[in-house]
Design a binder for this molecule. Structure first.
Ligand code: DAH
Length: 356
């Protein structure tokens, strides 16, 4: 007869060592399968005498019970270990920051303003701001528009209701009033740019009652027309990044500059579309000139000692040209589909190194 005690020790040891459900199943077959050790031993009972059969039968039954229980216990232990391992392996760290979502866009006006500011900042200009609601003095008079000056009619001014003294404030028609406000406060040398909202009573495909300008002002002892031209030519090349971009300074008139000019860039018009380049057509993008001595004088700066130049860029105009935006009106319609098409990703910050 074989040794039941030895079989028990062997089976229990193997069950305890089983590392996965497959090897546990192998042990079950080895002990309790059709041809398993316990099953075979039990079928051998028949050939035994009464006494031995009783004793051996009892011992085999309790061994069978013991092994079955040990198998179940080990199975439970292995299953929960497998589950625990899977839980650890499949864990998602919900404390990790979500990857940045490309939702939302930078409005082309904001982007274009940032680009222009980046270029002039590189040249040493400082950004200054001024109020949207202006007095007649800053918007016109100090800028050498006399009360009956015909040039006032060029700017379709939006007036506020007159105050007790009959004085009407205006929604500033340009950013030029900030020239005066700055010169009153600061003595030369001055080198500022002024991005901001401006207002005129105008509305069609190329005019909006609210639009944006960027003013520039340089005042010191030596600035001359050559500096004005160099500064604006450099700006256009950096901004449009078009090689051999045709530029033309055309004599013009503004009450606050003498001499005055407008800067045109070469373009091609196809219907409402405008393409920039050497195509023989011209489009005005900004006004400029040498600051009029009266304007310096009105701001408390001695025109015999100082001189300077100024310019005013239409932000919508250059934005439409650079980015091929055919109509001005959707700029202010908050249309998400338009924004998704013409807007900029928040990570596309303009830099000089990256080419604005
Ligand atoms: N303020 C002018 C306008 O709105 C633009 C302008 C022209 C600004 C000449 C300037 C300048 O500073 O020198 O039409």
């Amino acid at each position: 007869m074989f040794n039941i005690k030895a079989l028990e020790t062997e089976l229990l040891a193997r069950i305890a060592r089983a590392e996965d459900l497959d090897s546990l199943e192998q042990i079950r077959i080895f002990a309790l399968g059709k041809k398993g050790r316990i099953t075979t031993a039990m079928s051998n009972l028949a050939g035994m005498n009464m006494n031995t059969r009783k004793k051996t039968g009892k011992a085999l039954n309790s061994l069978k019970c013991l092994v079955k229980n040990a198998l179940v216990a080990r199975k439970i232990a292995l299953s929960s270990a497998i589950l625990n391992n899977r839980i650890v392996a499949d864990r998602v760290d919900i404390s990790l920051p979500a990857p940045p979502e490309m939702k939302g866009r930078i409005h082309p006006i904001t982007q274009t303003t940032d680009e222009i500011v980046t270029i002039f900042a590189e040249m040493g200009f400082v950004v200054v701001e001024g109020p949207d609601i202006e007095s007649d003095y800053y918007n016109f008079e100090a800028l050498n528009f006399t009360p009956d000056h015909p040039a006032r009619q060029d700017q379709d001014t939006l007036y506020l209701k007159p105050d007790k003294n009959g004085k009407r404030k205006v929604l500033r028609t340009h950013t030029s009033p900030v020239q005066i406000r700055t010169m009153e406060k600061q003595s030369p040398p001055i080198r500022i740019i002024v991005p901001g909202r401006t207002f005129r009573s105008d509305h069609d495909a190329t005019h909006s009652p609210m639009f944006h300008q960027l003013e520039g002002l340089v005042v010191d002892k030596v600035s001359h027309m050559g500096h004005l031209k160099g500064c604006l030519i450099d700006f256009c090349h950096a901004f449009f990044s078009i090689k051999d971009l045709p530029l033309r300074f055309r004599p013009s008139y503004f009450p606050f500059t003498e001499p005055s000019a407008e800067l045109d860039i070469g373009c091609l018009r196809i219907g409402t579309e405008v393409k920039i380049g050497d195509y023989g057509n011209w489009l005005e993008i900004l006004g400029c000139g040498m600051v009029h001595p009266n304007v310096l004088h009105n701001s408390g700066i001695n025109p015999n000692k100082y001189q300077g130049f100024a310019f005013g860029i239409g932000i919508e105009r250059v934005s439409m040209l650079k980015y091929g935006i055919p109509d001005l009106r959707p700029f202010y319609e908050s249309n998400l589909r338009w924004m998704r098409h013409y807007g900029f990703l928040s990570f596309a910050q303009p830099t000089i190194a990256g080419g604005v």
